[in-house]
Design a binder for this molecule. Sequence first.
Ligand code: EPU
Length: 339
Amino acid sequence: MDTRKKASLKEYNTFGIDVQALDLTSVTSVPELQRILQEKDPSELFIIGGGSNMLLTQNIDKYAVHINMKGYAIVDLPCGENEILLKVAGGENWHDFVLYCIDNNYGGVENLSLIPGNVGTAPIQNIGAYGVELKDVFYECEAVSRADGTLKTFSLKDCMFGYRDSVFKTTLKDQYVITSVTFRLTTKEHTIKTAYGAIATTLQEQKIVAPTIKNVSDAVIKIRQAKLPDPKKIGNSGSFFKNPVISTTDFSELYKKYPEIPHYPVGSDQIKVPGGWLIEQAGFKGKRYGDAGVHDKQALVLVNHGNATGEEIWDLALRIQEEVKTKFGLVIIPEVNVF
Ligand code: EPU
């Protein structure tokens, strides 16, 4: 277990914000994590996974713990003929895990290629992209209680997954650290999901008629690289806001005024409106204020062009939120956690 005093968190958050924590310890096993949790009060600790869903606006007056357990194991429990249960340590990088699955011909996560972050943080907001959400391949996860260090298993039902949502964001917020996730993946006949428009178009362009999971992964990588900034080159946290979901009644009012508004039904009585469209219409797409900016190809993504502070990015976020509220009467809520 390695501990550094007065540590910069710049390398540990994908926005690349340079703030300090009291110290930083990297834990590579569950017992190491449990030891820290038993020694310190939960309120003194700041847990970091992939750092891809946080905006740090000030120094963190806490002891940072980097979740860095690695490894893969096949779980020997009954599952379908065409299935495998794969347990993955929480500190594995999400995209490395996706590539591991493609290499081993395990299907299910190919649409989730190139999402920043770690395996252990993926369930918290039920990451999703291109027609697939983590919940579709989730079997169970293990998590350590921050209060007493005990290890608990959470089933699919326990996690109460919703759009960018789970029990770890609501009733159990900040109460557990996820140390491993077990996925239910296919081994032979994969269910290829190309319904999301851009995937089908990309495959057609390449004249691929019977796509493999690798083809789908490659297509998603291509689409994401064209639209979303690479955090290694330009600091960002993916979508900064969630897409607002509103009632059909509220939507019909908006539609009268903006008949061109893109929209997607959610169940029978709600409509999801792309936040990226709202932000673009409010005039922010590609705008830059110092080093804080809005990505020029996807307005839902805020970026750090170099040396922006977390506060500058947060000020911009608030300004965008305000403008969208004034123009459309809709409140867009940040998806990232702001500290
Ligand atoms: N749009 C605009 N302008 C923009 C961006 C989007 O008009 O600048 C409109 C377009 O009509 C476009 C529609 O919004 O067709 C949807 O855009 P996109 O396909 O990029 O999807 P999104 O709803 O903006 C969500 C996820 C992304 C995920 C994509 C693809 C959320 C908050 N975000 O974005 O997730 O990659 O779908 O499935 O649900 C992330 O969470 O970090 C993330 C990148």
